[in-house]
Design a protein around this ligand. Sequence first.
Ligand SMILES: [Zn+2]
Length: 448
Amino acid sequence: MSRSTEICAKPLKSKIRRTVLKAGGTLLISVLAPLSARAAQIVAVRVWPAEDYTRVTLENDAELKTTHFLVQNPDRMVVDIEGIELNPTLKELVAKIQPNDPYIKQVRVGQNRPNVVRLVFDLKEEVTPQVFTLAPVGGYQHRLVFDLYPVNPPDPIQAMIEKGEWPSSTPGEITPPVAQTKPQEQKPPLQPQPEPPQVAKADPKPDKTPTLTRMITIALDPGHGGEDPGATGRGGNREKDVVLSIAKRLKAKIEQQPNMRVMLTRDADFFVPLGVRVQKARKVQADLFVSIHADAFVTPTARGSSVFALSEKGASSTAARWLANKENSADLIGGINIKSHDRQLASVLLDLSTTAQINDSMKLGSAVLSEIGGINKLHKGAVEQAGFAVLKAPDIPSILIETAFISNPEEEARLTDNAYQDQMADAVLKGIKKYFAHNPPLARNRLT
Ligand SMILES: [Zn+2]
């Protein structure tokens, strides 16, 4: 399914001709791709609204040639698509724009001239559009993608503070070690202790005395989303939906902890590129990164939960390598604009994985795996390792949890069950707390 990168989005290289025109004081940029011999048909239209960006996808049976430009007062984006006639599928786009879309007010669709369809996106604010095509991959034919990013993206931490989702700790604040909070989980933060504070060390022995700690930040990463459904069970349940549901439950439980706060890499059904997930975790200086997935295999009998960490020297098994390749293909299915994707970011993330990160990830993984073993069969009794792109933050212990096999009908039923989702969230939280009990977070003095 993900054997190579040959099938990834082509940057259109030599096919691109850029023209810059002045139209009413607005910069006009056109991107031209070659015309196909016959008229193309739009086979599907999809809209993925999100705070990060809104994506509109037109799926076609041939690569499309487009030009687009922005107009201000009021803000709108005009797109001309050549080589197609207006068809009912394309007209559906009008009704698919939701009133609460953060960036698109409405879209108008019309036959501009013979063989050219014009789309006018009336915008709610100024956007930076990325328009690109994706070659057929997975179950998709050719895709023409419009990603509308805000010109002024909101600061993620500020946004969470405004929503009341980001408790902050003052420097020197004293809270008991995580291990000691167990019986009092529901209580508000404790008052400062009378004993003199000690700076936490990465000492493997649990310390009974109060320790100078700070707010622990957890990055939770529900896999897939948007154009990338992940694996699909025989009952039609999609990985992207069940993992988002489990992640939201886990988020709520973490928020109950007096000394923890949490950031979701996505809180809705939209696609987040793998590198961006890691970037988001680093932006909030996460202490841990936990990616949540559901496994799938060709035979429906495969079952059990697993936990993975990054590896430095190749995968721990053929199955682990196969799975990492499958999960890493998310960017191909979800669709990224290779041309504009931050290559610098990618190289930093891919090259700087450290032994220390992997050691900590293995400890975290073992703690979580043993707790999950209490609620589901384990696929393997130990943490496995492979080159998962999403685990490559060089400075954040990172694990990927395959919560169960969605391709196994029995486990698919569990994955969609509220009680199981809740148990899974509890188990992961217990594992995280166990990890911190033995590996207290260091005093923060990072430059990033
Ligand atoms: Zn997955």
